[in-house]
Design a protein around this ligand. Structure first.
Ligand code: SF4
Length: 298
């Protein structure tokens, strides 16, 4: 297969754009897509960007690209305490941070909440992803705020974004859809560090290719709890449709972004963001989800 741009040996075939690219032109295509999005999310001169890293491909490619584009980055790693998984991915995050000369800020569920995710799953009645999502969001926000970050970059790729949109849609969770989009959050608040997703237009496959051709080493171990996730069912369904109708994922995301604008106007809460009556953190409910879960488990 030959590059559609220059005729050199292609390293990737992208059905959605009906094009094959060599290493040079794939990098150009990929980086241009990310660079077009960055000014809508981040101010290169002003923002201190907390970067959530895990050791997987998405977060490490994101850190690499933000660093390459001279953003002021602060890598943050949340160790949930998943035996045989997180302990295997952390060294990859540490290695890239060392190579880029960045300090990696590590925080953990055990230190913050007194239990690992494995222990929470054993003792609580919910599935792992429910605890993981809520506590990781809580801990990332608190850590980014403590470190003086003005934005928090999350390595969600196109596939993650589309799955989240559809899951929220299937569950009828309009508020969650409204909180999505390129910059999350319906309203601004000093206690809430807005989240941005620089790779949201890049598919999982594109991130793998970018990491491989640029020598970014990452862990490809899958979380042992991933098989139980509802997300997996949605992922398989979307992949099946995308394989028959390339471009479906991008189309879903663009439609969702238009919906987000409309929903934010409709759903903007009066009187600003609420705070949890127990821990004081920003919350959509009287008691935040993290405190609700903590009360159940401890
Ligand atoms: Fe957490 Fe679930 Fe993802 Fe595993 S699959 S890292 S438990 S959200």
């Amino acid at each position: 297969m030959k590059c559609s741009k220059c005729g050199a040996k292609a390293v990737a075939w992208l059905p959605a754009s009906n094009a094959a690219y060599c290493k040079k032109h794939f990098n150009y295509y990929y980086e241009r897509k990310v660079k077009r999005l960055l000014p809508k999310m981040l101010d290169q001169k002003k923002d201190v960007v907390g970067v959530g890293v895990s050791g997987g491909k998405d977060s490490l490619v994101m850190l690499w690209l933000l660093h390459k584009n001279r953003f002021n980055v602060v890598p943050i790693l949340v160790d949930e305490g998943i035996k045989g998984y997180r302990d295997k991915t952390i060294p990859y995050a540490e290695k890239l941070c060392r190579e880029l000369g960045l300090e990696l800020h590590k925080v953990s569920f055990r230190e913050e909440y007194g239990k690992t995710l494995d222990e929470m799953v054993k003792e609580g009645g919910r599935n792992a992803c429910s605890y993981c999502g809520v506590f990781r969001r809580d801990l990332l926000n608190k850590t980014a705020r403590r470190l003086g970050c003005t934005k928090l970059a999350i390595g969600h790729n196109l596939d993650d974004e589309v799955q989240s949109v559809l899951m929220n849609f299937f569950r009828g969770e309009l508020e969650r859809i409204a909180r999505g989009g390129p910059v999350t959050g319906i309203i601004e608040d000093p206690k809430f560090v807005p989240r941005v997703k620089p790779l949201r237009m890049c598919s999982e496959k594109e991130n793998v290719i970018y990491a491989l051709i640029n020598g970014i080493e990452y862990s490809d171990i899958e979380c042992p709890y991933a098989t139980t996730a509802y997300r997996g069912v949605v992922r398989d369904a979307v992949n099946m449709i995308e394989s028959r109708y390339p471009g479906t994922k991008i189309s879903i995301l663009r439609t969702s972004d238009r919906l987000v604008e409309i929903l934010r106007r409709e759903l903007k809460p009066e009187g600003g963001l609420r705070y949890c009556s127990e821990c004081g953190e920003p919350s959509a409910e009287k008691v935040c989800k993290a405190c609700q879960f903590r009360n159940e488990i401890f």
